[in-house]
Design a protein around this ligand. Sequence first.
Ligand code: DX5
Ligand code: ZN
Length: 214
Amino acid sequence: MMRKVLIAPSILSADFSKLGQEIKDIEKAGADWIHIDVMDGHFVPNITVGPVVIKSIRPFTKLPFDVHLMIDKPEECVEAFVKAGSDIITFHIEAQENPGEIIKLIKYYKKKVGVSIRPKTELKAIEPILPMVDMVLIMTVEPGFAGQEFILDCLPKIEELRKIFNKDIEVDGGVNESTASDCLANGANIIVAGTSVFGTKDYASAIKRLKGGS
Ligand code: DX5
Ligand code: ZN
């Protein structure tokens, strides 16, 4: 089955002094989802945004908010992220001893649930919960910062996952035109991109190129 390719620009690389306008511009440029990186300075060595910022940008677009939680104890914050306007909530398996609980909680709020794995985490860590999630987010850099280089060793993991998982596979980290096409060829269908979209002057062409257009 051919899956529709979706592009989820990561606002981590946007200009935060005019975030509302950046979101409007990226929607106009053809973005499908807005990817929001939440970091707590514990799970990853960086601190970004939380529910307050998500709530303040919610009126600027109707596109789904794809919220990537790189935080410890994500289950304690699910309600706040739901109320702020999240549509898809992704937690890290490495931050969760009891993933069944947080999955139930996200579903209770009728939101889509994703699970993410770091580059060094093997697929077997998430295999038991695959039937319970809507999406797997495969990190292709160590989570924490935008602008890093794509780790090519992650490609076989995408291919392996596609053999056993027929829902959404999202890739995140160091994705540009060339690595996006590798990810799509290996079975991913959702592309997160920070630098390769917000780092350019023409967002629409950048999105088109990531989708495989010229
Ligand atoms: C990294 C974040 C990514 C990152 C993507 O921890 O999860 O979403 O900001 O940025 P680029 O595309 O520049 O690697
Ligand atoms: Zn992310």
